[in-house]
Write a protein that binds this ligand. Structure first.
Ligand SMILES: *Cc1c(COP(=O)(O)O)cnc(C)c1O
Length: 341
């Protein structure tokens, strides 16, 4: 298959339109079969539930080419399940999970020319999303919905090598106790924009959000889960009902335990413990792990011993192992790699 004429190595992180997207409509209590279309425009009433009351949720995953030349996705069944959970929390009809995976396959196959080649560092980002599409003016769930998936090629997350970032403890909250922090809802991002713009203006790459009730425990950043390494080499990840369950974080914890023989703890993490950790990273689909070198807390700094020059050794090993599994250099656990073409 002929690849699109794109300079993969120098691709950025913006939206580039690809030829096909998947669309399915929910009407009269049922999802239709769905179809691929070349039409990238969404036409809905001015009074649509998504426009008035933000009834929408989304997912994010990637397709890429392995060492062996296969086009694959990483654990799309988990994105399907998470979107199911997000939809139910927002009183939306869940899109069937097997159809979700099938739709991802269809749209990636149709846009195969835009899946970057092995070794380029670039990937085809896949964005499933759904929204209330019919008119809603009194506050209630919509009656009609649209589920869509588009794709866009994105460049390597770390251009010119991985450098640890500096983040700040935010004075804003990302999620309320018993709220929607644990689902992938657009509304969680809308309310985080002011906090991230403020952090960027102050020179920080990201925000660390604390638990909103007590402000004593670590939650996550705007779009990635934390992972810490203790001085004796244990992986620690924060546990809370308002953290979004990252598929990357769960995969890294499995890899730590079953591939690297490390101890893994998923538990509440006190902010006061941070100074005792050896390494810190942010986990998410986009970067797999971004190392954190320093956390700024109202005039004080927490500096991790791994420093500001490169990833710490344990996070590097986790990163190498998971990306090795994804790229086909290391054998994957059963069911992790969905071969598409
Ligand atoms: C999507 C997301 C993550 C990362 O999840 P992955 O499944 O690893 O991509 C983490 N936190 C938030 C708030 C997110 O929306």
């Amino acid at each position: 298959m002929e690849k699109a004429n794109i300079d993969w190595e120098n691709l950025g992180f913006g939206y580039i339109k690809t030829p096909y997207r998947f669309v399915s409509d929910y009407k009269n209590g049922a999802w239709d079969e769905g179809r691929l279309t070349e039409d990238d425009k969404v036409v809905i009433t001015e009074c649509a539930g998504v426009l008035q009351y933000a009834q929408t949720c989304f997912e994010g995953l990637k397709a890429y080419t392995t060492l062996h030349g296969d086009i694959v996705c990483f654990r799309p069944d988990l994105n399907a399940r998470r979107m199911h959970d997000s939809a139910l929390r927002l009183e939306m009809p869940a899109f069937p999970q097997d159809k979700f995976v099938d739709a991802v396959r269809q749209v990636v196959k149709a846009n195969a020319a835009y899946v970057p080649p092995y070794g380029s560092g670039a990937t085809l980002y896949i964005r499933p999303y759904m929204f209330g599409s019919d008119a809603v003016i009194g506050v209630k769930p919509a009656n009609e919905y649209q589920f869509r998936i588009f794709t866009t090629p994105v460049g390597p997350y770390f251009k010119g090598g991985v450098k640890p970032i500096v983040i700040k403890v935010s004075d804003f909250d990302r999620a309320a106790p018993h709220g929607t922090g644990h689902i992938k809802a657009g509304l969680n991002y809308a309310m985080s924009l002011h906090a991230i713009v403020t952090a960027h203006q102050e020179g920080f790459a990201e925000n660390m959000y604390l638990d909103p009730a007590t402000r004593s425990k670590v939650e996550e950043t705007g779009g990635a889960n934390f992972l810490f390494i203790t001085k004796d080499g244990t992986v620690v990840t924060p546990k809370s009902d308002s953290i979004l369950p990252s598929i990357t974080r769960r995969s890294l914890c499995y890899v730590a335990e079953h591939y690297l023989g490390m101890k893994v703890e998923h538990r509440e993490v006190l902010f006061s413990e941070l100074k005792d950790f050896a390494e810190c990273g942010l986990c998410g689909t986009a970067a797999v792990i971004s190392p954190v070198g320093k956390i700024y807390d109202h005039g004080k700094e927490i500096c991790f011993p791994s420093g500001m020059e490169k990833m710490g050794p344990v996070i590097q090993k986790l990163y190498d192992t998971l990306t090795g599994i994804q790229m086909g250099r290391i054998e994957a656990p059963e069911g992790w790699i969905e071969v598409i073409a």
